[in-house]
Design a protein around this ligand. Sequence first.
Ligand SMILES: [Mn+2]
Length: 247
Amino acid sequence: MLVAALYDVHGNLPAIEAVLAEPDVRAAELIVVGGDCVAGPQPRETLERLLALGDRARFVRGNADRETVESRDAPSRDDEIGAATHWVAQQLSGGQLDFLAALPLTTVVEVDGLGEVLFCHATPRDDEVIFTRLTPEERMRELLAGVEQRIVVCGHTHVQVDREVAGVRVVNAGSVGLPYEGGPGAYWALLGPDVEHRRTEYDVDAAAADFADKGPDGDGSWFTSTLLEAPTAEHASETFERMARGE
Ligand SMILES: [Mn+2]
């Protein structure tokens, strides 16, 4: 099985459309949607597009998917993120929210040339624990304890990673819809027979213009400000490490 890992789409329909049009994605037998597929400017359309893949798509749950479901009736936190997450939930149908609520934390797929691969959103046991390319090996060993597969594919921090820890190859696929890679594009990974990080170009400026009124109170800046001024991978990784240390 050849697998495309499409993570952290974040409701960015033009980005996922561009990636789904890639020849290698069209040829993939399976698409793993690695969580946080809806939390962005076009949640309903993005989830409809992914669900239209039918059996070719398999989903795992991201923290933002979970938080969206928790915000269906009212904001679950009293800040800008809470307001945006509640807005996202309001854009979705009841059926779409029920679909998100039922997603699994992980899925295992047999990939050509690689064997069993474990797919999760953040880490195998938690949908929001942070690790990066800078995380100390000792901490990585704790996060991976009990994992039986030799390859783990994650997302969540929106930065591509490929590192070997205690005999486990840990890959962050990157983010399709909101990458922190210091430049434009949609970031993802192709698996089988090796693991390849990919970047797909699309018109980010046109997308941001279209997103301008998509958000709480008709304001899309909660999303477009980051989309248009993405931090570099190095800066994002350092910031996440400080967060993980509680600083
Ligand atoms: Mn996430």
